[in-house]
Design a protein. Sequence first.
Length: 475
Amino acid sequence: MRHFLEKIFKIKENNTSIRIELLAGLTSFTSMVYILIFNANLLSNPYGDGSNPLGISFGAVYISTALAAVVGNIFMSLVANAPFAQATGVGLTSFFVYTVCLKFGYSYANALLLVLIGGVLFVITSSTKLKRIIIRAIPYSVKVAMAPGVGLFVTFIALQNSGIIVASEENGASLGSFNFISGEWKNVMPLLVAFVGFFVIGILSKKKVKRAILIGILVSIALYYLLGLTIDGFYEGIAKSIESFSLTRDFEAFGTEAFLQVFKGGFDFGPVIAQMGFAKFILVSVCLVLTFLFADIFDSFGFIYGVYDRYSLLAEENSLDGIYKTLRADAMGSVSGALLGSSTVTTYVESASGVASGAKTGLTPLFVAVLFLISMFFSPLAALIPNAATAGALIYVGVILIICVKKIDWGDLSMAVPAFLTIALIPFSYNVAYGLAFGMIAHIVINIFMGNIKKIRISTWIVAVVFLAIMMFTR
């Protein structure tokens, strides 16, 4: 088996080992397993009041999300032999639920059909010369900003998931409360765990301790449950979730509510057409499909390119071929996800924690697939990995990726302005694709007024116009 794995994934050729790849896979999995519970809650209870307007149960979404991750990661492993992991995207799932279904009135099955069409178009794009045209449309000033932008995005996700940054009616976002004297200790404890994990990883990395990120996550998990002893009723919810777990019920719900639902009810657009009229229905549907397509392409490319840039892999022979294969695997994951009842499957920025831990081959996502398969049968256990325990790792990934800002010539405004907009809008729009879109638009505007209009590629114009249309009609 060892010889087989080394041959398939070119372990020695990539200067790694099976042990490193498996531990990196565990690191990636722990950083992204939260999507199972998050996605199931989001689709089955989007308003938080138990109303379930999409008509799909928690158990059905849980199984669908897990299976989509399993299949997507197998594609990433065998098609691309890349160290990145896939799962249902948080941002695109929110768009799927709140914009496509709840705002425009598409049913759950209708929305899956739009995702499927976008996925098929992505497969076609990633398998033809179109991928090169689209990628060349991204100016260098935007490409060089991808890594720091993604780094801040990963950090922002971690800060929110751990409660360090919370929603605020006054400012949009604010610092969570650290007041454990007059406040509630149960709310402060996860914040402290997140920072302890971050500092442990930083200190161990400085001392060049191998597997620093995984050690930091494990220390954080242990600390979280140890401090849980100081909180009344801390373990009661865990016991209740284990008692209420029914694997048979969840699989039955998946079979009737999610699996191939795209074909069972996806083509029935009658209620949507009656609501908005046929002409508007066509316009909105096209824009929604393009949103799923371009968001997946640019989200994935932005993250992958950023990681390649950070680890100086772009100069290596066939580096772009590796990126193209990764995009193809991502596209195949999106198609399979729609068939399984999941919104868009995409390459996960959180899997940068596995790359930072030494992942270099497709053995890492293959192991992630195995772990998602196991978690599918033990949903209460998936909830045992708290966001606070993985937050420190993701914040540290931000430290690793932000270093690429030194490649930006801040004295050259034609480069600095698009780069800055890209870096700022990736985390604050909660979407890599929108950050790239505004960076490209800034590149066009500033070059026009600097008299460098001839430097702007035609493909850049086209992609920027498509993004403007998408934002006008779907946001």
